[in-house]
Design a protein around this ligand. Structure first.
Ligand SMILES: NC(=O)c1ccc[n+]([C@@H]2O[C@H](COP(=O)([O-])OP(=O)(O)OC[C@H]3O[C@@H](n4cnc5c(N)ncnc54)[C@H](OP(=O)(O)O)[C@@H]3O)[C@@H](O)[C@H]2O)c1
Length: 312
């Protein structure tokens, strides 16, 4: 028996952490992925988005493109809004016009972090900064433009490629005698390849014949267990140490000791129960994900190796 032909899924932002993993994982999940990175399609340009979907008819469009520089957004609101709000609208509107469902990525930073229990999908949004506001505006635009949408809010994304906290910790561990990391912001690390697997499973479910209306809407998806950035850093450095790399001590500091341009939520853990109940997609444990991703982030040689005369 021959396998049915793979259906097509278009990915915008295909050069990013999540976009790349969706493109990589698609074939195994029964999808033909066509990825457009920023150089190929700027989602802020509505005509370019529409042209891409005319060239590549798709059943599902994934919007993994985003302005993600949380601090830079504070002084570059125009770019953040053009990409995260207008860009999201462009993708959703074009997908709807072409008859495709849309899966749009969003963030825990739409919440203010005052809650002390995991956020559910209909908790009130109250972003603290420009990035969060621009993403929240994007969520509203997607809802307005495309009936067949899934908005997937996630958190603290890390991957073997791209800019992320784990990569930064590994770099600093090679350079510094001690790391200082905030211990009063609680989040939920989430591996990009786990997010991609969830997106691909969702793509299949929301295009299934007779799909129920509750398959669409806003869902939360992040790793477990929740931890502080200090907790995540400690796990990263311990894992690097087990692989023979430098493992300096990680000191816990308060947010006021590490001022940033953008305020961040103190607590932004997402309750992922709705996704599990509706779609059967369970929260991933970020610790095995860290073990599989970390080797790709570690430098080939360590300063300590070089000092001991290891071959260069
Ligand atoms: N990273 C996190 O910790 C985090 C946390 C919570 C939620 N999220 C959400 O998860 C999603 C994916 O994030 P990620 O970590 O994969 O982000 P990422 O690695 O920064 O990837 C975003 C990609 O979008 C591209 N892009 C930026 N502007 C664009 C435009 N106008 N048109 C097309 N592409 C554009 C970027 O290209 P350039 O690099 O060339 O600009 C980049 O390749 C986003 O919606 C983000 O808000 C991320």
């Amino acid at each position: 028996m021959t396998a049915p032909p793979a259906r097509t899924l278009v990915v915008f932002g295909a050069g990013g952490q999540v976009g790349r993993e969706v493109a990589v994982g698609a074939a195994d999940a029964g999808w033909r992925a066509v990825g457009y990175d920023r150089a190929a399609v700027d989602i802020a340009r509505a005509d370019d988005v529409m042209r891409a979907l005319e060239t590549t008819p798709a059943s599902v469009v994934v919007n993994a493109a985003s302005y993600t520089a949380v601090d830079a957004a504070e002084t570059d609101a125009a770019s953040a809004l053009a990409i995260n709000a207008d860009g999201a609208r462009n993708v959703a509107a074009a997908a709807a016009r072409r008859g495709a469902a849309v899966i749009h990525l969003s963030t825990d930073y739409v919440f203010d972090g005052r809650k002390r229990a995991p956020y559910v999908e209909d908790d009130p949004v109250a972003p603290l900064g420009v990035y969060g506001r621009s993403k929240e505006a994007g969520d509203r635009a997607v809802r307005a433009e495309a009936a067949r949408h899934v908005i997937l809010r996630t958190a603290a994304v890390f991957a073997a490629h791209g800019k992320n906290f784990a990569r930064t910790m590994v770099r600093l561990a090679a350079e510094r005698p001690e790391l200082r990391v905030v211990d009063d912001q609680t989040t939920a690390p989430t591996a990009a390849d786990d997010i991609a697997a969830a997106i691909l499973a969702l793509a299949t479910r929301i295009t299934a014949p007779g799909v129920a209306p509750e398959a669409f809407g806003t869902f939360h998806y992040c790793g477990r267990p929740a931890t502080t950035w200090h907790g995540f850093a400690t796990a990263i450095i311990a894992a690097a140490g087990r692989l023979g790399h430098r493992a300096p001590p990680v000191a816990a500091i308060a947010s006021h000791e590490f001022p940033t341009a953008a305020a961040r939520p103190r607590y932004s853990v997402l309750d992922c129960g709705h996704l599990a109940r509706v779609h059967g997609i369970e929260q991933p444990d970020w610790r095995p994900a860290l073990e599989r991703i970390l080797p790709h982030l570690l430098p080939a040689t360590q300063p300590s190796d070089l000092a001991q005369g290891a071959p260069r």
